[in-house]
Ligand binder design. Structure first.
Ligand SMILES: [Zn+2]
Length: 469
């Protein structure tokens, strides 16, 4: 492929398996990208302005990068990450890039290294491994290209062969950028997804004000339980008009609840007036997952649950830099007991699609694969976040396939903010899956014909079907 990425990268070193994997990969390498869940900025597609300098594009927004550098003693201000108090931060892209290049060795063996090498070589044509000595010339080469029309967001979208991409917007977003994309006449398919954490989680900053705004936006009385639910239904419908096919829920646990309507109303009143204790607030979040499941049955949105992240683990860093600064840490996550109220309510529904993610790999074979392997409403999302890596994807297949099969999984999610890395991420997932299938063929557990069919499904078809895209 290039000097930085070998054509056999991620395939087994065993010659038989490698040759099968090559064949499988060759049959799917150029399939269009379906990106059903992610966090790219919808303004890029709406405005189609040139991306900023290489550091602002590739370093500053990437929490994988600055958490590693921070762990080795590099201050975030030197990486261009602004403190909340407005104090000085590095604004010179070249200085940030140099600092990153000098420390690139820290990423040896990590997926960040693989993604970055892919981006540098396949998007920008860089042929040498980044280090302190070539930092400036690499920076210049990238900056030159970013100035060209073929490196603007829409051109890259087309070059990357993206068939459809979903962004994620909060429940209070007016979706005006999505409207702009639609009204621009551009043919790229960008859809939204409904992320209501700010109006579902009583511990979210500004929860009470957020509910007031939700009421204003929808004309519903969000001081009452029934009005609050009606407001969600209206927002979901509105999001659907901008292509949404899914909702997404980032809760600390997978707790669900299924209270009677009187009890739910009473709990809502305590939450709404700020009187609920921690246990009640947790029950409320859980109740809302079940309510969202019921709404999904009516409106068809796919329900994604992303639990198990202890967000903003360091209060000191939260106070100085705010959220999403690499201090989100996985915790042990229970699913079997936690999901039972939701599953009792809607788990047997064939027309419901609940996609479960985890940051706790010990739950894959013990809990998640057995659950998804029997409840018709459940499917398993791909390896997520810290496990969105070659080893993490391989472990995902190894730990889930025997119990849940391939068809209770949903293909790949890049789940990224880093637009230039999208092809790299999908290519890595495709290669890891082809390597896994090649092993099954070599061990005579699958025919080659079946493996070719599966390779296509894992790379393309399953994501479209599971997300109704
Ligand atoms: Zn996400």
């Amino acid at each position: 492929m290039s000097a930085l990425i070998d054509r056999d990268v991620l395939f087994a070193s065993d010659p038989r398996q490698r040759s099968i994997a090559r064949g499988l990969y060759g049959s799917i390498a150029t399939l269009p990208i379906v990106s059903p869940h992610g966090h790219t900025d919808r303004r890029w597609y709406a405005l189609n302005e040139p991306f900023p300098d290489p550091a602002q594009l590739l370093i500053v927004p990437d929490h994988y990068i600055f958490r590693m550098l921070f762990s080795q003693g590099v201050d975030l201000q030197r990486l261009g990450v602004p403190p909340m108090d407005g104090s000085r931060t590095e604004a010179d892209g070249r200085a940030i890039w140099r600092l990153f290049a000098e420390n690139y060795r820290l990423f040896r063996g990590t997926p960040t290294r693989l993604w970055m090498d892919y981006v540098l070589s396949t998007v920008f044509g860089i042929e040498e491994l980044l280090d302190g000595s070539n930092a400036d010339s690499v920076y210049d080469q990238i900056a030159d290209q970013l100035a060209k029309p073929e490196f603007r967001p829409r051109a890259l979208f087309e070059r990357f062969n993206i068939e459809v991409i979903a962004t994620t917007e909060g429940a209070l977003d007016d979706l005006s950028w999505h409207r702009k994309i639609r009204e621009s006449g551009w043919g790229g398919r960008v859809v939204t997804a409904y992320r209501p954490d700010a109006v579902v989680d009583p511990d979210f900053e500004g929860f009470s004000d957020n509910l007031d705004r939700l009421g204003d936006m929808t004309g519903e009385d969000t001081g009452a339980w029934s009005g609050y639910l009606a407001a969600h239904r209206k927002r979901r419908e509105y999001f659907k008009t901008f292509g949404a096919t899914s909702s997404d829920h980032g809760h600390r646990t997978a707790t669900t609840a299924n209270l009677g309507s009187g009890e739910a109303e009473a709990l809502f009143q305590r939450v709404r007036t700020g009187k609920a204790d921690a246990a009640e607030r947790e029950t409320f979040r859980g109740q809302m997952l079940t309510e969202m499941g019921r709404m999904s049955l009516d409106d068809g949105l796919v329900l994604q649950i992303h639990p198990g992240s202890w967000r903003n683990h360091s209060p000191g860093m939260m106070a100085r830099f705010g959220r999403d600064k690499g201090f989100d840490i996985p915790t042990r996550t229970d699913y079997v007991a936690a999901l039972k109220p939701l599953l009792d309510a809607v788990g047997l529904e064939k027309n419901l699609s609940v996609i479960l993610f985890t940051l706790d790999e010990s739950s894959y074979s013990r809990e998640l694969a057995p659950l998804a392997g029997v409840y018709p409403a459940l499917k398993l999302g791909p390896a997520w976040w810290f496990h969105d890596s070659p080893e993490g994807m391989r472990r995902f297949r190894e730990l889930t396939t025997e119990t849940a099969g391939f068809y209770n999984t949903v293909g790949f999610n890049d789940d990224t903010r880093a637009f230039p890395s999208i092809p790299a991420r999908h290519d890595i997932a495709r290669r890891v899956d082809c390597a896994f299938l090649a092993r099954l063929v070599a061990e005579h557990r699958l025919t080659e014909t079946e493996a070719f069919e599966l390779a296509r499904e894992l790379a393309y078809t399953l994501a479209k079907e599971a997300y109704r895209l």
